[in-house]
Design a protein around this ligand. Structure first.
Ligand code: SF4
Length: 203
């Protein structure tokens, strides 16, 4: 009795063998040269002696500039723009600052984004004190400069500089993410003027 084939195959066994053979022949033809040993460079001659002159200050400041980690401190509406700056459209990561830290002990930049109340102020100061030196502060929005819309309120701090020393102010209600990025560039300029062994040179 003849056994029925359950499927109609597209290729016969002979055709499959021919295709596989062609593939192997092509691979054989294209791979006659050995790949380069990944560790071959280890045996090369050492680089000819080169001299690069710079100062320790410049190297340290360069690394500080491109590894600045902001502590998370969003208080109100301005924080939405701050988050947008860190997301993909504005991409703060281009400046080496993409990692917002939840712990002040791992942060050297405080971006205060929002309205600060007197009730919250002691905790802001405590978090600032817990950040290791050197550290910088950006006051984001009119609330950070003067209390903004809530300047007359008994409950609102009329300017963050009553609580912590502020390095850069960003005007606006709220400021756009580009403005906050400009503030960070200004912080970078300040970092460039610092010396690891001496006090910062004030502009
Ligand atoms: S400056 Fe304007 S947007 Fe920013 S926290 Fe104050 S009220 Fe909100």
């Amino acid at each position: 009795m003849a056994i029925e084939q359950p499927y109609n195959y597209a290729y016969s066994d002979l055709e499959l063998d021919a295709r596989e053979g062609e593939l192997v022949e092509n691979f054989f033809r294209d791979n006659q040269t050995p790949n380069v040993d990944p560790a071959a460079w280890l045996n090369e001659d050492a680089l000819p002696p080169n001299v690069l002159l710079t100062s320790v200050d410049k190297v340290v400041n360069w690394s500080r500039r491109y590894s600045m980690w902001p502590v998370t401190f969003g208080l109100a509406c301005c924080a939405i723009e701050m988050m947008s700056m860190a997301a993909s459209r504005f991409d703060l990561a281009r400046f080496g600052m993409e990692i917002f830290r939840a712990s002040p002990r791992q942060a050297d930049l405080m971006i205060i984004a929002g309205t600060l109340t007197w009730k919250m102020a002691p905790w802001l100061r405590r978090i600032y004190d817990q950040m290791p030196d050197p550290k910088w502060v950006v006051a984001m929005g009119s609330c950070g400069i003067s209390g903004g819309l809530f300047n007359d309120s008994y409950a609102v701090v009329p300017g963050f500089n009553r609580v912590v020393p502020v390095d850069v102010y960003v005007p606006g209600c709220p400021p756009r993410p580009e403005a906050l990025m400009q503030a960070i560039m200004d912080i970078h300029a300040k970092v460039d003027k610092m010396s690891p062994t001496r006090k910062a040179v004030t502009p």
